[in-house]
Unconditional design. Structure first.
Length: 390
């Protein structure tokens, strides 16, 4: 890439200046935090908010009179990288969902390996298997799940490939020994700490070529993100795990069912929060962890039982579900108003995180390229960082 420092500095300055727009917890708000935006946001009904949520450009235009800097933060568009020539599914790929197969094919279309390949956090090694076939290089796939390793080895043996699995923990210190200087290391959708370790180990080993598609930025070891690059540490935004979830709050591969379930989950979480405030006498929002989506096919009472168990609360003997669900309606509208503003910072924050990784690799002596490797309808996590060291 050309010098990205000015763009990174611009992002850092504006994200810090407007941290009050995005560095907050919508579920914890009881009133709109921006009086100057009340007139425009409060005139929108829920259907209009949902429509704007699905059309980020319209949301930017709506807020432009009050947040003119936002358009500039969205001006940089990562270049589109190579795509697969076709998406034909060989017999060995049967069972891989269509969107996942498209991601694998598009990622592989950007790889030209001159050395042995290391596949990081491989699962069954579908990407590694495709690269072993296309690149005619030996592949080592790291995966911690023994059953997935066995399945991957079986598939590789059927195709008589030089594709072997190393069953181990990517977060263990000994995983660093898998990185070699003469190597192509790849990681498709490695989460949080896993892809941070990938970058650090590869840079330390002097690995010749890297290809990484980051995912799940919030899955880090500590409660605060420690920037990788020197520039990132100078412009540290103090990102919490909650902040790091912001770029992930974008649904582009779901349909009406996904939207309906999100509406129901939002309502139930807010209704439980109203209930827990009465049960505990507290005034603060009580966050709930992620939960199995089959809970949403039951009724609200089942959800309350699950939530009370998670938070160590006694389930009320008499639960007036309609009362608490009605109490959630007004708050749901408020949350969507706040999210409309907050979500305008999803792309700038993700770009900041990506450039922190790009700058780290540049500081380690790599030539770096950042672009999108697959269509957004396949996955919103479609950014590819490639790096080469002479």
């Amino acid at each position: 890439m050309s010098d990205v420092a000015p763009l990174f500095n611009q992002l850092s300055t504006q994200l810090a200046r407007h941290s009050g727009d995005w560095q907050l917890m919508p579920f914890g708000c009881r009133t709109l935090p921006w009086p100057e935006l009340a007139a425009v946001l409060e005139r929108l009904d829920e259907d209009q908010l949902d429509q704007l949520e699905s059309n980020p450009q319209q949301a930017l235009e709506l807020l432009a009179p009050w947040r003119p800097e936002l358009s500039a933060l969205h001006a940089f568009t990562a270049p589109e990288l190579a795509r697969a020539a076709d998406y034909a599914t060989p017999r060995w790929s049967n069972g891989i969902p269509g969107r996942k197969w498209a991601q694998i094919k598009d990622f592989a279309a950007n790889i030209t390996a001159e050395h042995a390949i290391l596949e990081w956090c491989a699962g069954k090694g579908h990407l590694g298997r495709l690269l072993a076939i296309e690149q005619q290089q030996p592949v080592t796939s790291l995966e911690w799940d023994q059953d997935l390793c066995r399945q991957g080895e079986t598939l590789a043996n059927k195709l008589t490939l030089q594709h072997h699995f190393h069953c181990g923990d990517a977060l263990a210190p000994e995983a660093a020994a898998l990185f070699k200087p003469k190597q192509q290391a790849v990681a498709l959708h490695a989460c949080g700490e896993l892809h941070l370790r990938f970058l650090r180990h590869a840079a330390r080993a002097g690995t010749r070529a890297l290809a990484l598609s980051p995912c799940c930025y919030h899955l880090i070891e500590g409660n605060r993100y420690v920037p990788l690059s020197n520039a990132g540490r100078r412009h540290d935004l103090g990102l919490s795990r909650h902040d790091l979830r912001l770029p992930l709050q974008q649904q582009v591969t779901g349909g009406e069912r996904v939207r309906r379930l999100r509406h129901l989950e939002l309502t139930w979480r807010l209704a439980f929060d109203e209930l827990q405030r009465e049960l505990t006498g507290g005034r603060d929002y009580l966050p709930l962890p992620a939960f199995p989506k089959q809970l949403l096919s039951g009724d609200f009472a089942d959800f309350v039982s699950w939530a009370c168990d998670k938070k160590g609360l006694a389930v009320p003997a008499s639960l007036h579900s309609e009362h608490w669900l009605a109490a959630a309606d007004d708050r749901r509208l408020l949350v969507k108003q706040i999210e409309l503003v907050r979500h305008c910072y999803r792309y700038p924050l993700e770009l900041w995180l990506l450039l922190d990784r790009v700058l780290f690799l540049t500081e380690q002596g790599y030539r770096v390229r950042l672009g999108t490797f697959t269509d957004i309808h396949n996955t919103p996590r479609r950014y590819l960082i490639q790096a080469w060291r002479e």
